[in-house]
Design a binder for this molecule. Sequence first.
Ligand SMILES: *Cc1c(COP(=O)(O)O)cnc(C)c1O
Length: 388
Amino acid sequence: MTIDLHSFYTPTSFERIKTLADSKDTPFVVIDTHTIDKQYSELKAGFPIADIFYAMKANPAPEILTLLRDKGASFDVASIYELDKLLAIGDVSSEKISYGNTIKKTKDIRYFYDKGVRLFASDSEADIRNIAKEAPGSQIYLRILTEGSQTADWPLSRKFGCHTDMAMDLLILARDLGLVPYGVSFHVGSQQRDIGAWDEAIGKVKIIFERLKEEDNIQLQMINMGGGFPANYLSRTNDLATYAEEINRFLEEDFNDKLPRIILEPGRSLIANAGILVSEVVLISRKSNTALNRWVFTDVGKFSGLIETLDEAIKYPIYTEKSGTEEDAIIAGPTCDSADIMYETHKYGLPLDLAIGDRLYWLSTGAYTTTYSAIEFNGFPPLASYYV
Ligand SMILES: *Cc1c(COP(=O)(O)O)cnc(C)c1O
């Protein structure tokens, strides 16, 4: 698999990453914050009217939070631990924070409320009753179920959201409990390759806005269109500008000139392309004298940052400095767990002259790697990360 690095990184960005990488022991990820800066500006240019709430779970490093804070971002926070991490960087006003997880403990709701947060996501009656009690008077947005799990590489449906009929009932309940029925949210699935998924979701939101206005005199004020915007992996997608153009058109078609407040919650699309995970080949072997495929074992695996290779969902481009004839390989991690195989069905071609000790560069690994890195499974430490 020959990778054209320039379709993933500018020469200066790659140089910055490589210079630092050459001085460190593997495995680790290097994240070029300049790329994040650029991605943020690009998203903002595509959606000038939107408020961007960075989904911290993609990568909560203080270097990233500080950069995004200084660029004017808000933050989608899913736990008290994330909230503490965010507040630790300082100068983040509570209006710039939403508690976006629909699954939360009552004492955690109170914790957010005590820190000044007044914007909460929900998708169930029990949660709304808890919010009414622990965070009285707060703004509520209801997350709805969406389609699109077939075309998202990392679906986020099913577990989150409720049917539109229930969403309307719950927004009425929220009002009756003294909360502010504020808006509707959805997430069409992470790395969503079908832009039409937003069209369908926005159509559902429109119905909720209209019905609540007509039948219950509730004027909703906000649409949270979630994340799902693409990063660059092996399966290419349309570029961000095309997503923006199309999605803005869907909004205009459904809401005309009466556009409510628009919130976006990008994670992957802001961060992934900024990172390169650097690993080393630990062992290369064949399972029989006639086996056609090599097994290439690296010092990084599913338990040290590459969990999104589960079911081979995310196919990271892999770059090596060897350039000999390629042969298909199975790529696996270093732990004593046979689930720790990254790619077996999708065969990555790797050069035949690839040797033990050579480095493998996993591209577009800035998001959802360090955060997923398990503590000490099999004694392997969490993934190290550096910022340039
Ligand atoms: C994970 C998540 C996001 C970020 O999604 P990406 O596809 O990484 O942009 C946004 N909103 C919520 C509620 C999430 O859970």
